[in-house]
Design a protein. Structure first.
Length: 363
């Protein structure tokens, strides 16, 4: 195992900045503000029911039509308060807010936009399963930068994933980790709770191209499109099937936790578009969930797709746009993409309940 020097997140960012002599330092300061927000959230989550904020719903419905947990509301507030004052942002967008959040007039405005999911997987909090925060950094249009009169609007955030300046997530699990890409590979930092500092522990992370693990919500199998049914059927067939090997299935119901497992040891995560609700193109949100995780995956040598195209190439149409997501080990994602482009064939039976499925009818 490679022994890494105890380099802090601050030192890492300074070294990255030195590659760009004209850099002002605003970007570094923004990332450190985001990291500070994640530290505050981590501390609140770590004490669980012992803290002042109990794990329970807040009695409200967010713009997504989902029940808000109290920690959803608190985490969103932490992100806003920690990041609004520094003069690095022109505006923010959150899963918990219907419209973009403009920087208050008494604070200076900067040249970046921040989109975030303040607490991904919050429904798992009451069973003490890992959750996280996801963020994406974009460039703001000139008219929104300090000294200009125009406020940030929804259209400003509707940038393709390839235009992200940086992306990352914090994982609140047995240890708190901060995973970051600035377009030059992927690095992960682990929080030292005594020093309250993130230290580099995983440099140049790479997603293995091959895998024997997949993650998908099997309860939706009756709604899957044919390419996904085909892929899952082949995985479940194991060594006697067309893949010639056994696969393991995982499902945590927290995108951050799923993505982190894949980043560390490979795999493929699927929350694909299905036919349950044809008005929605998927479950996950493009701007502050799919795009940042896709950027991380591709920077680590993986692949992120809707099945029909690269996630990073999708042109957003609205702030809370949903999208189908298939990401992880490159060879597996590309295989699924090929299934989407194959000529339509006979509709496959449900892979979990057919004669070769998990629930085989007794003879």
């Amino acid at each position: 195992m490679q022994i890494l020097p105890r380099k802090t997140l601050t030192q890492f960012l300074i070294e990255e900045r030195r590659r760009y002599p004209d850099a002002t330092g605003d970007f570094n300061a923004l990332i450190l503000d985001v990291a500070m927000a994640c530290k505050q959230i981590a501390r609140t989550i770590a004490v669980g029911a012992l803290g002042e904020v109990q794990v329970a719903d807040a009695g409200a419905i967010n713009v997504q039509g989902e029940v808000q947990q109290r920690l959803d509301v608190l985490s969103n507030e932490v992100f806003l308060r920690v990041n609004e004052w520094g003069g690095h942002l022109a505006g923010m967008a959150s899963e918990e807010l219907e419209f973009p959040y403009p920087i208050p007039p008494h604070y200076p405005r900067g040249k970046y936009l921040l989109a975030f999911d303040p607490l991904d997987g919050s429904s798992n909090l009451d069973v003490n399963v890992s959750v996280g925060s996801i963020f994406s950094v974009l460039r703001a249009p000139e008219r929104c930068i300090d000294g200009k009169e125009s406020e940030v609007i929804e259209q400003d955030f509707l940038q393709q994933g390839y235009q992200q300046v940086a992306a990352g997530y914090a994982l609140y699990g047995p240890s708190t980790m901060f995973v970051l890409t600035v377009g030059n590979g992927v690095s992960a930092f682990t929080l030292d709770p005594n020093l309250c500092e993130f230290f580099l522990t995983h440099a140049n992370l790479t997603v293995p191209e091959e895998t024997h693990e997949f993650a998908i919500n099997a309860s939706n199998s009756r709604f899957w499109e044919a390419p996904v049914k085909r892929y899952i059927s082949e995985c479940l067939a194991g060594k006697t099937g067309p893949r010639g090997k056994d696969f393991n299935m995982r499902w945590i119901a927290s995108m951050v936790a799923e993505a982190h497992r894949i980043l560390m040891r490979g795999g493929v995560f699927m929350y694909p578009r299905d036919n349950r609700n044809l008005d929605k193109a998927g479950r996950l949100r493009l701007l502050y969930e799919a795009n940042p995780i896709a950027f991380i995956m591709e920077q680590a040598g993986g692949r992120a797709s809707t099945g029909r195209q690269s996630i990073l190439s999708v042109q957003p149409s609205s702030l809370h746009q949903r999208i189908g997501v298939i990401l992880g080990s490159k060879n597996e994602v590309e295989r699924i993409e090929r299934y989407y482009t194959d000529p339509p064939g006979i509709e496959l039976p449900d892979p979990l309940f057919n004669e070769r499925g998990l629930f085989r009818t007794p003879a």
